[in-house]
Design a protein around this ligand. Structure first.
Ligand code: ADP
Length: 155
């Protein structure tokens, strides 16, 4: 059976932290679906189209990586895609506490589903999309924090 993992998130916008987790997850699975959440109650800084276009560009050279959007529960999306794994990155103990309950509840809802955690690399563990948004909003240079492939959009 094909090992399929879903890497869910807002990716508002994709950062080097996300990029690193996807690349590191790649050898563990046959396919990694980067799943861009679209939650009606959440206000995103970048449109779904923009967030997805950047992710597609970053992973263009990788046939085992797919980019999709989804609404609703991540577990339902995993079921639809027959994914057996969710991948999440852990930066801090706060991430761990947050992820632990979600992972445990998800497994209760969908017993076949395992959440796999990858530890953030130390140099990227302070990085999150909200910092990058702040930099962009205030006309700073976000390039050190976003994948090189999309630097051209921030010149
Ligand atoms: P969410 O909308 O769940 O906050 P994000 O788009 O911020 O999602 O992140 C998606 C996933 O990427 C999460 O598992 C998060 O922990 C992980 N992640 C984000 N930034 C980093 C980073 N710098 N290093 C490792 N993992 C990260």
């Amino acid at each position: 059976m094909k090992k399929i993992a879903v890497f869910p998130g807002s990716f508002d916008p994709i950062t080097r932290g996300h990029e690193s987790i996807v690349i590191r997850a790649l050898p563990l699975f046959d396919e990694v679906i980067v799943a861009v959440g679209q939650n009606a109650e959440k206000n995103y800084y970048f449109t779904l189209e923009k967030r997805m276009a950047w992710i597609s560009e970053v992973f263009r050279g990788f046939p085992a990586i797919r980019v999709e959007s989804y609404q609703g529960l991540t577990v339902d999306f995993c079921r639809q895609r027959e994914a057996q794994y969710i991948v999440r990155g852990l930066r801090t103990s706060a991430d761990f506490e947050f992820e632990r309950s979600i992972g445990q509840i998800n497994r209760k809802i969908h017993p076949g589903l395992e959440t796999i955690f990858l530890l953030a690399t130390p140099e990227l563990s302070a990085l999150n999309s909200s910092i990058v948004r702040d930099i962009i909003r205030n006309n700073g240079d976000p390039k050190p924090f976003i994948p090189e492939t999309i630097h051209k959009d921030f010149m």
